[in-house]
Write a protein that binds this ligand. Structure first.
Ligand code: GLN
Length: 474
């Protein structure tokens, strides 16, 4: 088996000493992809193209003209547009659609000589937390193939977990980078809302959606973030802030004040080994001289309802464009405009997507707007204020990424509300717009990866990455 590297720095060393070439690396990943095809992580592999780009990067390395990411082979979630390539959002409605332009993130990554090896399976339109809503079927977790990858960026997380690429790019609306990263034992970062351009990302809930890296190391997450982040004329919600070279400034920055949610330890809904892991890290941090205190978060019970009302409302509006007329699937049995809309959407969307469109339309409808949508916006404001207040007193909030490890494929609860509740720990950062990272925190007694999550203030990614690096070495 080929050698795999845990960071781009290591790869660069190998490239410099001529121990490896980018083409050799790509061949190694392609082998892994073939061996692990049954995990269903990829919707498409760009085999020939990746080999051709690898050769080009090898040449640029020789000429000394290579970009910062030369040697980095990545996969992208299948809701990120890449010109001339299919992009399906893992939905039947877009399964044969080809991107006519590239997302800003893809352009920025390619400009630094990344090689893109394929597009990864995900939940349909990124709606889910187990990759089970995908039209292409679930993704299997390499740690236990009977279990889910997590989601919605499940394929991306498994692609990194199983060394089918060096890193992957996902999107996180309510936890979709962090939760699959935790299920797969890798690092998943959701930046501050407004850090990375959403141009060319298939929209789910626009006031939440953020692109994020899934990696083995914190350094690689930092590097990918600095390349992808920053102002873009195609996304007016972006912060105009200058982007630091995060990867160059990762250092230990001393003793911190950390808050953890008391409920994460007291709630019966949280798996005992997840609780034990949190306690273990709290003890380690205290022993190392940090201040770690429990806090109460009165809005805890409102996190999931507020997120789902708002995310579904935004989704119902964003998905209105898939009408069988402009692009994507058109029902062969449609015979007039009405039936084109109705049949194409009924046949093209899966069950979970339809549920969200209907609920989203309902909460936005004239008679219910104030009771649901407007109320949820107010709750979001309170959650953000409370989160900001905690983060003005503490450097970080430490909570589990998910209440339990990867569960069995097909065991998803019949009641969607029960499923939605498992997003309890990831949606706070999404509602508040603050950055959050999921870090691998060992395995449980069954060998399943567990993840812990750190949240910090808006635009405080540098400190978050610094502390994450230290945290992984604890
Ligand atoms: N699991 C959450 C949902 O289903 C989050 C999805 C996401 O972040 N894209 O909405």
């Amino acid at each position: 088996m080929a050698k795999f590297y845990s960071s781009l720095t290591e790869i660069k060393r190998g490239l410099q000493s001529a121990e490896i070439t980018v083409e050799g690396l790509v061949n190694g990943y392609l082998d892994q992809i073939k061996k692990n095809a049954h995990l269903n992580a990829f919707n498409e592999v760009f085999e020939q193209e990746a080999l051709t780009s690898a050769k080009e990067v090898d040449n640029r390395l020789k000429n000394g003209t290579a970009g910062k990411l030369a040697g980095m082979v990545i996969a992208i979630k299948d809701n990120i547009c890449y010109k001339g390539h299919k992009v399906s959002a893992s939905s039947k409605i877009l399964k044969d659609f080809t991107s006519i332009y590239s997302s800003t993130v893809v352009e920025r990554l390619l400009a630094q000589d990344v090689v893109i090896i394929g597009r990864c399976n995900c939940d349909e339109f990124a709606m889910g937390g187990a990759n089970e809503t995908s039209w292409f079927g679930p993704v299997k977790n390499q740690a236990d193939e009977t279990r889910v990858s997590g989601g919605s960026s499940g394929g991306s997380a498994v692609a990194v977990q199983a060394n089918m690429c060096h890193a992957a790019i996902g999107t996180d609306t309510g936890g979709s980078v962090r939760q699959p990263a935790s299920f797969c034992g890798v690092v998943g970062l959701k930046p501050t809302y407004g850090r990375i351009s959403r141009h060319g990302i298939i929209a789910f809930a626009s006031s939440f959606d953020q692109v994020g890296p899934i990696t083995h190391s914190v350094e690689d997450a930092a590097l990918l973030l600095e390349i992808m982040a920053g102002p873009d004329e195609y996304d007016s919600t972006l912060a105009q802030k200058e982007v630091p070279e995060f990867s160059k400034h990762i250092e230990n920055t001393g003793k911190k004040k950390i808050a953890y949610l008391q409920e994460a330890l007291s709630s019966p809904g949280v798996d005992t080994e997840v609780k034990d892991t949190l306690v273990k890290y709290i003890d380690k941090l205290r022993a190392d001289g940090h201040t770690v205190k429990p806090i109460a978060f009165e809005q805890l019970d409102y996190l999931v309802p507020a997120y789902y009302i708002l995310a579904m409302a935004e989704a119902s509006s964003n998905l209105a464009r898939f009408d069988g007329v402009h692009y994507g699937y058109r029902s062969p049995s449609a015979d007039d405009l009405q039936s084109t809309y109705k049949r194409s959407r009924s046949e093209g969307f899966g069950k979970e997507v339809k549920r969200r469109i209907m609920l989203g339309t309902f909460v936005l409808s004239a008679g219910y707007y104030d009771a649901y949508y407007a109320k949820a916006q107010k709750v979001r404001r309170l959650i953000r204020e409370k989160t900001d207040q905690i983060l003005s007193e503490y450097d970080f909030i430490l909570i589990p990424t998910a209440p339990e490890p990867a569960f069995a494929i097909g065991k998803e609860e019949k009641d969607p509300v029960v499923t939605y509740l498992s997003d309890i720990f990831t949606v706070q950062a999404s509602l508040a717009g603050v950055p959050a990272i999921s870090l691998p925190a060992g395995n449980n007694s069954k060998g399943l990866p567990l993840g812990l999550q750190l949240l910090t203030k808006h635009f405080n990614e540098q400190e978050l990455l610094n502390f994450s690096k230290y945290f992984l070495e604890l």
